[in-house]
Design a protein around this ligand. Sequence first.
Ligand code: UD1
Length: 421
Amino acid sequence: MLEYIIKGSKKIQGEVNISGSKNSALPIIAATILNAGKTTLYNVPNIHDTKMMFEILNKLGGKVNKKANKIIIDTSNIDKYEIPEELMRQMRSSVIFAGSLIGKYKKAIFSYPGGCDIGTRPIDLHLKSFEKLGINITKNYGNITCNCDKIIGEKINLDFPSVGATENIILAAILAEGTTKIENAAREPEIVDLQNFLNKMGANVKGAGTSQIIIEGVKKLKDVSYNIMPDRIETGTFLCVAAMSGGEIIVKNTNSNHIIPVIDKLEEAGCKIDIQNSKIELKAPKKLKAINIKTMPYPGFPTDMQQIFASMLTLAKGTSIVVENIFENRYKYTQELIRMGAKISIEGKTAIIKGTRRLYGANVKATDLRGGVAIVIAAICAKGTTRIENIEYILRGYEKFEQKLQNIGVDIELVNSKLEK
Ligand code: UD1
């Protein structure tokens, strides 16, 4: 069991380099299957979730070779089409392998991902879209088997712009016969990155970043190398920790165009922000102002920043209202913040946050990836020492998190509580 011990009341000062995007790397790693060849990836974040993707690739017959910042993936000998249940359970987003396996081999077997810590997270939109593409789906004791003789392009209208479903349809349609058109597609930058990667490989995808994506099936793809885009949620996280602490930060190697609503809200809260090329500089005010936030599909305010903003707003002047519209159960972490002195009440999708003068160190638990980070940033700004359990959640998505925080002035230590006892 990994824990963070954080000594609080620290003002952030310094620079941080942003890693490659987790949510971009995951579908791109899955997409390498389509090529049945060699792909070289740069800027893949070294985090638990990408390691799990590589483990699944290995189990399917792929080979992954790491050389510093370069990862070479060889998918020429894939000979299994089943995502192991135990790995599927550990990482829900491994369902993204389904699109590539069915797209390339017309066969994929995986288990139902089930619920997780932020809600039920169904995959009905993925499966309905597969069926539209002529893929047969059989469900048996929690196992889902997809197979077909061929995939023929179709028009698919998504009920909701699901990121994962949009990506799975694209992957299934790359080598299909004819044209696939997705209406009400998710517009996230990670989908644009996936399109760029696939087109470099020789695919024909247009429209990512808009709500209509058109995929013309192609017969063959080629070996490529590709650089994963920077992580917009990591960028937002470091801006928020500096803002909450009343400090200053320069965030480097990022893309400010991907987090416009986050920057707007930080400015509304009183931060001064200066953007130059791939660099964002933030200077926090003495005291943040309360603001209101509603999470929405991109280009709206990202649900993955909701917990981190809510944590930041516990120290703002006035009352902030946060509305979570994407996930049904994304407020678990607020119980932990309340233990630290935050004044938060939840009514359905809404969190009402009354700004307080001070938070206090306590023994708390990370409840999920972003909720865990929300607690870390609160601990950095709290009076006294905080001990946070279940840090494994955070390591799923943030590369060198404690080292990056130490470099900007945070007193944070990662301990293994089992070894300590
Ligand atoms: C992705 C991101 C995650 C982010 C989320 C929303 C990755 C690996 N993860 O998750 O960090 O928080 O987008 O921006 O990229 N839904 C259904 N049926 C489906 C699919 C989704 O009802 O078949 C619902 C979900 O339960 C959720 C909402 O749609 O309430 C959004 O989910 P979706 O956009 O699919 O998120 P993910 O792709 O899982």
